[in-house]
Design a protein around this ligand. Structure first.
Ligand code: UN1
Length: 517
């Protein structure tokens, strides 16, 4: 394939320097060993190389981290919420100050283009602002009591230690969604980031520790554990971890959910998406194509909110598809640091293999593929890096392959005749995260948002499936796991509810009219 890269790839040595500079700027100290040395490999999808080897946490260290967080909880839970908010406010300031440093690490480790990496850090800043406001708005309701001289009310209390397990594709924002909210709710946090993005995590930990020092909060309220499966399993199985908030694959969620439930812990799951968008004949096609291209090809198709299925009315299908294909031909693929790049690398070879496998299966199921080629980066620097052109696949029907989430830029296109059919197709997959409709017809839009419309946790009109703001609750139904994070009243998952009945009379009436002696 002779698609020009936006610029020659940087060398791994240049990326090492960038990492060192960014870590130094945020004040993180971590032992950066030679690649191949004992420890956790810290790699980059930009060149596909391991950059450093860093110390990882043992299960015993994870146990200590949980113990420290549990100990810190006993004081943190009675710290007034607005005082807890001051810690999150300071974290937000530090994130503003170090936005570029953190974004550079996100680009190195997750391969996001600079604009999206900066956007991810902005999402952290936004949730900090939200959580600071929330720290003065944690509320309970009072409810009319059936008994005279009685008050019935709900109070919300801190829950305990929150275990946060995050994925590579949002290596910092999802930590911040959970941590900012958990901390103002009076919880303490133990974070296990993806083993693919440990350095960004180390940087975040340095910033939260500095924020703690600056406002005089106990540093143990936020812990970081780096490692692979056994570290996550410890968080899942330890009864001191009251809530496990896990982002990742459906397969991971299928394990985490029952294991946490078996010990009567709580889990908040944010699993796979397989998001659809409907384009009706009443759509503004210019706007629809722009929204579709960002949602389907942005982040190289590696968001859980990525648009993967386009359900387009047969009367506009050819036009929409040819405009998407034309836009795709113009998308600069390459070094995510280079100005102008819009599509960076896939995270690793396995993603590339999954993409190739899905495209082969799609063809076998009658699909016709445009794009989806590996971009030859031309020299040794990128032999283990995987850059691809985004793919559009016209499918004769929503076949088996379309029901699966392949974490790569593949957009399957199906046509429909009636809106009912389109909504049924939208809802026919096992996942239920995000969805959109492009239409200027208010009846179609409202039908899509109604109880018998989209069955997803996110249903949009005239915007794509990705790029949600933090103010709303984020999450989805069915195999997406049912959790809600981030804004709105998602904070309630991080607290426990007590129902209080207060008798301020001198009588003792029993509820339901019961007489007892
Ligand atoms: C994810 O992909 O796990 O709505 C999170 C979005 C982002 C968050 C995505 N705000 O695309």
């Amino acid at each position: 394939m002779s698609i020009a890269l936006t610029a020659p790839l940087p060398t791994s040595d240049a990326l090492r320097t960038r990492v060192r500079e960014s870590l130094a700027a945020v004040g993180a100290s971590v032992e950066l060993g030679e690649p191949g040395a004992h420890g956790l490999p810290a790699s980059t999808p930009i060149t596909g190389d391991v950059l450093f080897s860093i110390p990882s946490s043992t299960v015993a260290q994870t146990d200590e981290a949980i113990a420290a967080a549990a100990h810190a909880f006993s004081a943190w839970r009675t710290t007034p919420a607005p005082v807890r908010g001051a810690l999150v406010a300071r974290l937000g300031q530090l994130l503003v100050e170090h936005k570029a440093d953190l974004a550079a690490l996100v680009t190195v480790e997750a391969g996001k283009i600079t604009s999206e990496a900066l956007g991810e850090v902005q999402e952290m800043i936004d949730i900090c602002e939200f959580a600071v406001g929330l720290s003065r708005q944690l509320y309970g309701r009072t409810i009319a009591s059936e008994r005279p001289g009685h008050r019935l009310m709900e109070t919300w209390h801190p829950l305990g230690v929150v275990g946060v397990i995050t994925a590579f594709n949002f290596p910092v924002a999802v930590w911040a969604w959970n941590t900012a909210v958990a901390l103002v709710c009076g919880d303490t946090v133990v974070w296990k980031p993806s083993e693919l993005t440990p350095l960004t995590a180390v940087a975040c930990q340095a910033l939260i520790e500095r924020a703690c020092a600056d406002v005089g909060a106990p540093v143990d309220v936020s812990q970081l554990v780096l490692g692979e499966r056994e570290v996550g399993e410890k968080l899942v199985d330890d009864p001191r971890v009251a809530l496990v908030s896990a982002t990742g694959s459906v397969r991971m969620g299928r394990e985490v959910g029952p294991r946490v439930a078996a010990r009567f812990g709580r889990s908040l799951l944010e699993l796979g998406g397989n998001n659809g968008a409907i384009v009706t004949p009443a759509a503004d096609l210019d706007l629809a194509v722009r929204g579709i291209v960002f949602s389907a090809a942005g982040t190289a198709g590696q968001r859980c909110t990525t648009l993967r299925r386009l359900l387009v009315h047969s009367s506009v299908a050819d036009e929409v598809v040819s405009r998407i294909e034309a836009a795709y031909r113009q998308l600069p693929v390459g070094d995510p640091f280079a100005e102008g790049t819009l599509v960076g690398p896939l995270i690793h070879e396995r993603s590339y293999r999954d993409m190739v496998g899905a495209l082969q299966q799609a063809e076998a199921e009658g699909g016709s593929v445009t794009g989806g080629q590996r971009v030859d980066v031309g020299d040794d620097a990128g032999a283990d890096a995987f850059y691809v052109t985004p793919a559009v696949v016209r499918m004769p029907a929503q076949t088996a392959v379309v029901h699966e989430e392949t974490f790569a830029p593949i957009l399957y296109v199906m046509t429909y005749e009636t809106l009912d059919e389109a909504i049924a197709l939208n809802n026919a997959v096992p996942q239920g995260l995000s969805s959109s409709i492009f239409t200027l017809d208010v009846r179609e839009a409202e039908r899509f948002l109604a109880a018998d419309g989209s069955d997803c946790g996110i249903a949009n009109v005239n915007i794509g499936t990705s790029g949600a703001e933090i103010g709303g609750a984020f999450g989805g139904e069915k195999e997406t796991g049912g959790g809600r994070e981030s804004g709105s009243d998602a904070w309630k998952a991080y607290m426990r509810r007590a129902t209080n009945t207060v008798n301020y009379s001198s009588e003792l009436p029993l509820a339901q009219g019961v007489h007892f002696g």
